[in-house]
Design a protein. Structure first.
Length: 318
């Protein structure tokens, strides 16, 4: 046994593949010092910048009760990244299929208009065709006849990375098949999160995972903001992800209340990426968009109001 260990040690030393020293990183370190440490990027909701930013190489977890607006929030985040950063996005979201209806969600958010001809807010066929072309350029929708495991999905994501994708979304994460999950789900969760974390970090991409909370025993819990303790394997999620956030509908019983809270529980490197806290957004069901100001919703001159509110900024969430 000792001989085998010595042989392995000699082999590793010869190849020098398993360690580096500060000297190996000196060029990058000095360059980073000269440029200054880069803060996280805005989500294009400036009111959230202190508590939520975006960074390549990070693994994100988004949670929230059913119908709280998680998927709509990620849809708009992705559309904003494609629109302003020209970043391509790959998505695996089996609960949003069929794929054509899933694509319509992105078009609706992008245009701010419905794709349903029955709606008074329907887009024109000309705008619809242009939006189809735009979504086709920036979004890749993954689908398989059978539910994939994490290894298959990561290999597929890595292939799409070669086509220019830098943001990868899994919604929901618990839709993935875990090898041997009937024996030990916790071990499978650790393995899967580690694999996605390694993919995000090593490939310098963003990975957004959506995880459903456990079904509460008391319905009153739906009025509280779910956090890591509401997730299966909550400690594992806390340890593995770089950012853990909740999208929460404040008044789920009132269908006219569009107020949504974004609460961040964990943020890695807070001095650069923000401090955990709570922010408020307002969802407009007609445009399928979130806004920072309630005045942007149901206003007779809403576009004029939005333009004025963001007049001093280079860009806006539409």
């Amino acid at each position: 046994m000792m001989d085998e260990a010595n042989i392995l040690a000699e082999d590793l030393r010869a190849k020098n593949e398993f360690y580096t020293t500060a000297k190996d990183w000196s060029i990058k370190l000095i360059d980073s010092y000269g440029k200054g440490k880069q803060p996280g990027e805005t989500s294009y909701f400036s009111s959230l910048d202190d508590l939520f930013t975006l960074r390549m190489g990070f693994l994100y977890c988004f949670t929230g009760w059913p119908s709280s607006g998680k998927s709509e929030f990620l849809t708009q985040l992705a559309v904003l990244q494609a629109n302003f950063k020209r970043r391509k996005v790959a998505l695996y979201s089996p609960e949003s299929y069929p794929v054509d209806e899933f694509i319509d969600m992105f078009i609706h958010c992008y245009l701010g208009k419905s794709t349903d001809k029955r709606s008074p807010n329907v887009c024109s066929i000309e705008d619809y065709k242009k939006a189809i072309a735009w979504v086709s350029e920036y979004f890749f929708f993954c689908d398989w006849p059978e539910t994939p495991d994490s290894e298959t999905l990561i290999k597929s994501f890595d292939y799409l990375r070669g086509l220019g994708c830098s943001i990868f979304v899994v919604d929901p994460f618990n839709s993935l098949v875990t090898e041997g999950e009937d024996r030990n789900i916790a071990i499978g969760l650790k393995k899967n999160l580690t694999a996605f974390k390694r993919f995000a970090s090593q490939k310098r991409v963003m990975v957004w995972l959506v995880e459903h909370p456990r079904t509460p025993q008391d319905t009153k819990e739906y009025d509280t903001i779910p956090g890591p303790r509401n997730l299966f394997g909550g400690t594992m999620w806390w340890n593995k992800v770089d950012v853990l956030a909740t999208v929460h509908r404040v008044n789920r019983e009132d269908k006219t209340d569009r107020t949504v809270t974004l609460k961040t529980w964990k943020i890695k490197k807070q001095e650069l990426n923000g401090t955990p806290g709570e922010g408020t957004l307002y969802f407009d069901i007609k445009t399928k968009r979130y806004y920072e100001h309630v005045a942007c919703i149901d206003h007779p001159m809403s576009q004029h109001v939005i333009d004025n509110l963001y007049a001093d900024r280079d860009s806006q969430p539409f």
